[in-house]
Ligand binder design. Structure first.
Ligand code: NAD
Length: 315
């Protein structure tokens, strides 16, 4: 297979590209090496590491909203895995228009290019944030998902809606929207909680937990996410289909902190702060659809996954 992976030098993308390249597939990445929501240097490092190991790895630097570029990079590929996007709930309140441009317009641009090229498979990175606080938990894919809590969540739901409408033109195209639930593991985005907490814990510094620690998150290891993406490329049906990729076992932040202390073999000094705007109370995936239709289930328990984070940070 010849893949176009957008956002392929980011956190999830770099893990996915390594897996695809290791099995002998051709991979072209489109990524703008933007400075948001974290410094571009980490993305350059990911690109360089993959290039050294796989000389045929191709990286095109540019923006997903560039229509001519999108058409050019989609050409001579068989399918698109569209991970590029602006991630992060909190920063989306500071620049909502940029989130909409990149996440909604960028997805429409890429999807249009894929349709024009006659592609039959498009995998889209969506998010658990589409559910908001109004959705009954565990969240099922058919939940209304109409009350987003942040511009980021709205932009991810907007991207899903725009591709599902565009599919009317090419109904046999297989389009899987994968709703990732808090992904962690080596090379996790530096502003995300597990990396931030673990760095502080290993350095003997205090960590700041938002709220009283009762907030629940469904943490999913990046290796499980990569397996889920591959399962969707193989088994998702024609037309639009959303899948939750989560652990299905949410953990309270205070329990996460205890597990992190155990993984790091360190005492943890916890401070508390107010819950930021846009953070949902809980995420909790119903993963029956991904199990049944994709044959996917998460394999990495949180305690084992945290050990991979400690090993990465210590290395
Ligand atoms: N990490 C998570 O917990 C999580 C959860 C839900 C959804 N997601 C989604 O999964 C995808 C990957 O997330 P990640 O954590 O690897 O984030 P990331 O920021 O590490 O990766 C995103 C990549 O997209 C690139 N990008 C951003 N804007 C672009 C543009 N205009 N044109 C081209 N490339 C652009 C970035 O440079 C980056 O390399 C994102 O779409 C994100 O919204 C992630």
């Amino acid at each position: 297979m010849r893949w176009l992976v957008t956002g392929g030098v980011g956190f999830i993308g770099s893990h996915l590209c390594r897996t695809l390249l290791s099995r002998g597939d051709a991979v072209r990445v489109l990524d703008d090496f933007s400075d948001a929501p974290y410094p571009a240097a980490l993305k350059r490092q990911n690109a360089e590491t993959l290039r050294l190991e796989f000389p045929a790895f191709e990286v095109v630097e540019g923006c997903v909203t560039d229509r001519a570029l999108a058409e050019a990079v989609v050409r001579e590929t068989d399918a698109v895995i569209h991970l590029a996007g602006l991630a992060g709930v909190r920063p989306s309140f500071s620049d909502p228009a940029r989130y909409v441009r990149v996440n909604v317009e960028g997805t429409a641009t890429l999807f249009d290019a894929a349709q024009r090229s006659g592609h039959t498979l498009f995998v889209l990175a969506s998010s658990s944030s589409v559910y908001g606080n109004a959705t009954p938990l565990p969240a099922v894919e058919e939940a209304a998902a109409v009350v987003p809590e942040s511009p980021y969540a709205a932009s991810k739901r907007g991207a899903e809606l725009v591709v599902s409408a565009m599919l009317r033109k090419t109904p046999s195209l297989r389009c899987a929207a994968l709703r990732f639930f808090t992904v962690y593991g080596p090379r996790q985005r530096p502003e995300m909680a597990i990396t931030t907490f673990m760095r502080a814990i290993l350095a003997g510094k205090p960590i700041t937990v938002f709220g009283d620690g009762s907030m629940r998150r469904d943490f999913t290891h990046v290796d499980d996410i990569v397996r889920g993406i591959l399962a969707a490329t193989e088994r998702s049906p024609e037309g639009f289909r959303a899948y939750n990729l989560g652990s299905g076992a949410p953990v309270m932040l205070r329990d996460l902190v205890a597990l992190m202390g155990r993984a790091a073999k360190c005492a943890v000094d916890v401070r508390h702060d107010a819950v930021p705007l846009g953070d949902v109370d809980a995420t909790f995936a119903d993963i029956a659809r991904a199990r049944g239709e994709l044959g996917w289930a998460p394999r990495i328990a949180l305690s084992d996954g945290l050990a991979t984070v400690v090993a990465w940070l210590n290395a």
